[in-house]
Design a binder for this molecule. Structure first.
Ligand code: MRU
Length: 368
């Protein structure tokens, strides 16, 4: 997507056997690209939040496995690197899915052919990822068009989103933001309420930055404002992304998503979740008990990163020393609170039956 008129992807090969990714910890203050060329670097970038967002985690992890195979392609080396990369971020299932694509795609090959095949697979995953997000965007666009048609005059469709499910969280376009970009580009007036998304502020730092660069009108609000906005009729629809959807349609996403869904339900505001098929975990049904919820460091809560008056980007402590914290990274929204899942194959209910209409009856996680 665009930064000051130039089209970018969030990840690219640099031609020297490495990839460049955006170190998202520095946004919105600095656009820093970093180079990764080993599995350890990829694991560090994922674990330390240089890179994030479920689909992008999958792609970076898959490149990490390619780098590992380039070093050593034995079964043992493959397993070690797979396990190391998988352990970095337990909640987003796209990471496991992408690592599985590489492992399944190379393990039957002679060692000498594995690294090249792994690279071919990850390149194809990147291209497919972009097409998938564009398809999600087209399906979501129809929903926005319908809401716009029902509005008087040229009033914008007001959309609330949480966290960052834009192009920074994917290879390009994003999931929740793809329909918004397409609506804006099609001349449909849209306005986005961006939740700041404590503790890491992905909304304030990333979504707001993306929308500003693309020219989409938005208002940044604190996390607790959503209920108030919805009570006052200021939100026409919510669209969020997700890190894992169960085979029954429960949705795991950034902490705070569930509260937005409750407020939306209470106020009759449609609540949509945008996702690619790689985010569905066909092995589980009960989101509340079966999805591992990451617990992040105390420092994310006790400190805030920001730019000082002299232009330095640094953390400041906002709590007493040594306070007890509980930093739950994600929560689960039961499918009954979700109006619909916007997938690359179309819109469906957040139920086992809904998912089955698009992907067939599945008992194991797999590609459709
Ligand atoms: O902890 P993060 O920043 O990786 O969490 C990201 C989210 O929760 C996103 O909403 C989700 O991954 C969907 S990204 C298309």
């Amino acid at each position: 997507m665009k930064i000051k008129g130039t089209w970018y992807r969030s990840i690219r090969e640099t031609g020297d056997g490495a990839i460049a990714i955006i170190d998202q910890r520095w946004l919105p203050h600095e656009l820093r690209w970093v180079s990764l060329s080993t599995a350890d670097q990829a694991a560090q970038a994922i674990a330390e939040m240089w890179t994030r967002g479920a689909p992008l985690l999958g792609v970076v992890g898959a490149y990490g496995l390619c780098f590992a195979l380039r070093q050593e392609a034995s079964d043992a080396a493959l397993t070690t690197a797979y396990d190391r990369l998988l352990a970095t971020r337990p909640t987003a299932v796209n990471l496991r899915w992408a690592l599985d694509q590489i492992r399944q795609g190379v393990s039957f090959l002679p060692e000498a052919e594995r690294a090249a095949q792994a690279l071919a697979i990850v390149r194809a995953l990147c291209e497919e990822e972009v097409e998938t997000n564009q398809a999600i965007g087209r399906h979501g666009l129809e929903l926005i068009k319908n809401l716009a048609a029902a509005k008087p005059g040229n009033e914008p469709v007001n959309i609330l989103t949480h966290c960052n499910a834009g192009w920074l969280a994917t290879v390009d376009w994003g999931t929740a933001l793809a329909p918004i970009y397409m609506a804006h580009d099609a001349g449909i007036p849209v306005h986005v309420y961006v939740d700041e998304t404590r503790p890491r502020n992905q909304g304030a730092s990333l979504t707001a930055w993306e929308l500003a660069n693309h020219g989409v009108p938005f208002t940044l609000v604190v996390d607790n404002a959503g209920g108030h906005l919805m009570q006052h009729g200021l939100v026409d629809m919510c669209i969020v992304g997700t890190d894992r959807v169960t085979a029954s349609g429960d949705v795991c996403n950034k902490i705070g998503t569930y509260l937005k869904a409750l407020a939306a339900h209470d106020n009759g505001v449609p609540f949509y979740v945008a996702l690619p098929y790689t985010t569905v975990d066909w092995t589980i049904h009960d989101g509340l008990t079966e999805i591992p919820i990451e617990q992040r460091s105390d420092a994310e809560i006790t400190h805030l990163w920001g730019k000082t008056a002299t232009g330095e980007v640094l953390p400041v402590q906002i709590t007493l020393d040594g306070v007890a914290t509980g930093n739950y990274g994600f929560d689960v929204t039961p499918g009954r609170l979700v109006t619909g899942l916007i997938t690359e194959r179309g819109l469906v209910s957040a139920t086992a039956e809904g998912l089955a209409t698009l992907y067939g009856q599945r008992t194991v996680r797999d590609s459709p």
